[in-house]
Design a protein. Structure first.
Length: 560
């Protein structure tokens, strides 16, 4: 491979790479605003100027290709002087909005001003004023005074989203961005411009003024919007998820995520209709009970049905671990052949960028772990309507809303056990309701449409997850009303991961297990399911692992 020298360090590079790309491979960060690794080069911010020996003047590193034997200085006296001059120029008309700007704390201009500017401005005239608080579309707000004309947003819409909606208007210090006449910024990926904007010019209307970034914790997870499994970060404050942002994974979603996944897959975690604690239906209403009482009731009821009278419904929204345990319960306790997972296919909703027609994040994982029997979900519900199946055990699915044609038949079941995060039409008619932890409250794995297994991690605390509350009795909850965390917030939900709930039921059936953590359960899965053999949480890591599922079978022998 050809080599060049950057700041005295010999660097190998691929032919065609620019200086800024070659520098990044060895951890040398050249300041930049307009350059982005997944967008075309515009070269209009000039912050990335570097000195190249034997060249008469400074060159922009984002557009200058690396060459064999080239010697580059990113911190020479000449380079630093030019960088400070460019920063001073960019800041001439930039408003002092940092105290009220949503971008504060993750703003490139803020960071570079501290690191690379002279610390003061010689510009004494009045700054140029432009429009503020301009809604460019349903999800993005624009502040013209903060814009530094890097053109990232314009290039993203054209090159990635495939919809040319933004452009520069005016000239000189009056230049600003705007939508084309008759258009608004409403493409399915519009909110990515808020991520790549290096300043606070483009902000999320959903998250605007909700929190300072330094008051948030960020947890790596997986988007639940479809089977693509985009890598994301969950941003949490006061035990509530406030926003989602994409996390870079070149093999899955690059730097992007769609607006639908960003906005619609976390609101239920903070919703008022969260199910807090197990409930039994008594005298036409629901009664809050302890977990032990709920387990006893479930066992007592399940024992009353033969293998031909009961069915188990898994979910593509539940983890590999959750579906594995449900399949285990169905096969080892009930011995039923009626098991399936609910499909959520929306024809025409996919695209060539990220979105898929399968709106579940883990349908393939559910199938691999055995949640697919000889009967489809429609056939199972038909047997329910014929009163041949008298009991259903459902996890993380709203059957009544998804299959309204079978709603009356489901209401007439002798037993309906439901795991759910939020109240829904199915929990309203259930006999036993068990609160399952959301994807933001548990460890687990999911398999995307490409067969890549990836991890989710808890970002929000539940009573079950808080070790200080282990063994907490229902009577203590009733006495004090609710438990508080160390900040005095009464926002913990008494929910458990579905796999842990089923583990409790199996334990009450006499099938004792030493498993206490999700990674221990996954070790058992890897031993029993061929597709997961040789994999553990460490090997999955942050980027996931592609499974070998071309010629495999699930744990119970069904061919895939």
């Amino acid at each position: 491979m050809p080599k060049l020298t950057i700041d005295g360090k010999e660097v190998e590079f691929q032919p065609g790479q620019t200086i800024i790309q070659a520098a990044a491979t060895v951890g040398i960060d050249i300041p930049h605003f307009c350059w982005h690794p997944k967008l075309s080069v515009s070269g209009n911010c000039r912050v990335c100027l570097v000195e190249i020996e034997k060249m008469p003047k400074l060159a922009i590193s984002c557009a200058t290709q690396a060459a064999e034997g080239m010697v580059v200085h990113t911190n020479s006296e000449k380079t630093l002087a030019a960088r400070k001059a460019v920063m001073e120029f960019i800041l001439i008309n930039h408003p002092l909005d940092c105290p009220v700007c949503d971008e504060a704390g993750e703003c490139k201009l803020q960071e570079y001003t501290y690191k690379h500017s002279i610390g003061e401005s010689r510009f004494t005239e009045e700054k140029q004023h432009k429009e503020k608080r301009v809604p460019l579309g349903p999800h993005v707000m624009f502040d013209g005074e903060r814009c530094i004309s890097c053109s990232r947003c314009i290039r993203f819409c054209t090159e990635v989203a495939g919809d040319t909606q933004l452009t520069f208007v005016q000239r000189g210090d009056r230049v600003t961005i705007n939508t084309f006449p008759g258009k608004e910024l409403d493409n399915p990926y519009s909110m990515n411009v808020t991520d790549i904007c290096p300043v606070g010019a483009l902000t999320s209307r959903d998250f605007r003024f909700n929190s300072r970034v330094w008051d948030l914790s960020a947890t790596n997870s997986i988007c639940q919007g479809c089977s693509k499994g985009c890598n994301i970060q969950l941003w949490v404050k006061a035990n509530k998820v406030l926003r989602l942002t994409p996390r870079h994974n070149q093999e899955v979603n690059s730097f992007w995520m769609c607006d639908e996944g960003r906005l619609n897959t976390f609101k239920n975690i903070n919703a008022e209709n969260r199910i807090n604690g197990p409930h039994l239906k008594r005298n036409g209403g629901f009664t809050r009970v302890s977990w032990d009482e709920a387990f006893s009731a479930a066992i007592s009821e399940l024992k009353g049905f033969s293998r031909e009278e009961i069915a188990y419904i898994g979910s593509g929204f539940a983890t590999v671990e959750d579906n594995y345990m449900l399949a285990k319960l169905a096969k080892t306790v009930s011995g039923t052949k009626y098991i399936d997972a609910v499909p959520h296919l929306v024809p025409g909703s996919g695209d060539a960028i990220l979105r898929t027609e399968d709106k579940t994040p883990n349908m393939l994982g559910a199938t691999l772990t055995g949640m697919q029997g000889g009967k489809s979900i429609e056939q199972i519900l038909q047997l329910v309507s014929e009163h041949k199946i008298r009991a259903l055990y459902v996890i993380d699915e709203d059957l009544v809303s998804n299959y309204p044609q079978f709603a009356e038949a489901i209401k007439k079941l002798d037993l309906l056990i439901v795991h759910a995060v939020n109240e829904n039409a199915t929990t309203q008619i259930a006999h036993i309701v068990l609160p399952s932890a959301s994807y933001a409250e548990k460890h687990g794995t999911m398999v995307n449409i490409d067969g890549r297994i990836q991890r989710i991690r808890p970002a929000v605390t539940t009573i079950d997850a808080d070790r200080t509350l282990d063994g907490l009795s229902l009577s203590r909850l009733d006495k004090f009303g609710t438990e508080y965390d160390r900040w005095g917030r009464s926002d913990k939900i008494d929910a458990r991961p579905t796999w842990k709930i089923i583990l409790g039921i199996l334990s009450a059936f006499g099938q004792r297990s030493k498993i206490t953590m999700a990674d221990e359960l996954f070790h058992e899965i890897a031993e029993n399911v061929p597709a997961f053999r040789g994999i553990n949480y460490d090997t999955i890591g942050e980027q996931g692992v592609v499974l070998n599922i071309n010629k495999t079978t699930s744990v119970y022998g069904e061919k895939l």
